[in-house]
Design a protein around this ligand. Structure first.
Ligand code: OGA
Ligand code: MN
Length: 213
């Protein structure tokens, strides 16, 4: 075997970015990955989201069926659109390819047993937020990892608000700005988190869950 071939195979087995994600998850139950997506991929996904939003395909988010809308509004104010991988266009295929590569790696190297996934686009208009919560409150114990990808413009300012705050087990907080290209992965069953009020400009993202049986 040629040396380059060998390295390629080793590289396939040991992806540095994925290894760091795994280490982070083991140590602190979350991982922040900058440049998970390239700038042009973000631009395309962002355009996709904006088109679908303008076509009125989004729905006001809910927090379970028994809660009335007024209560829901005081908990979360985002609009969402579920993605369908089977009908993914070119842009969404890029997104799902990257997610599927990650799932394949997690299952192969950590036996994580991810069998299902679900993703939705999300738009947080100015003035909206998502109060502190756990992603399994919707009675879905199969949710293992939450994966949030930010699609904001590269001119996104910290003063726009909309920070993701992760409440760590030691009582401290991690404040994460929704910067384009950034992906945050965390243990759905373990970490409570919150989206702070969006002060300016809409906050755009794709949120999803990797699920076990
Ligand atoms: C969620 C959520 C975090 C974020 O949709 O459940 O917590 O940063 N999103 O958008
Ligand atoms: Mn959440």
């Amino acid at each position: 075997m040629q040396q380059t071939e060998l390295f390629e195979q080793l590289d396939y087995r040991l992806n540095k970015q994925y290894e760091r994600i795994i280490d982070d998850l083991l140590i602190k139950n979350y991982s922040i990955i900058d440049n998970f997506f390239k700038a042009e991929e973000i631009q395309q996904l962002r355009n996709n989201l904006i088109t679908k939003f303008q076509e009125d395909q989004f729905k006001k988010s809910a927090i379970g069926n028994k809660t009335n809308e007024l209560v829901a509004k005081t908990i979360r104010g985002d609009f969402i659109l579920w993605m369908n991988e089977a009908e993914a266009g070119e842009t969404e295929k890029i997104f799902f390819n990257k997610i599927n590569n990650l799932i394949e790696y997690l299952n192969r190297t950590c036996f994580m047993g991810i069998l299902h996934k679900e993703f939705h686009y999300a738009v947080y208009p100015k003035g909206t937020f998502y109060k502190r919560h756990l992603d399994t409150f919707q009675n879905d114990s199969r949710r293992k990892l939450s994966v949030v990808s930010y699609l904001n413009d590269k001119s996104w300012l910290k003063t726009n608000g909309g920070e993701l705050v992760i409440y760590k087990e030691d009582g401290s907080e991690e404040v994460i700005y929704p910067l384009p290209g950034r992906v945050v992965i965390f243990e759905s069953q373990i970490l409570e988190h919150e989206v702070k009020e969006v002060k300016n400009s809409e906050r755009l993202s794709i949120t999803g869950w990797l699920k076990t049986r």
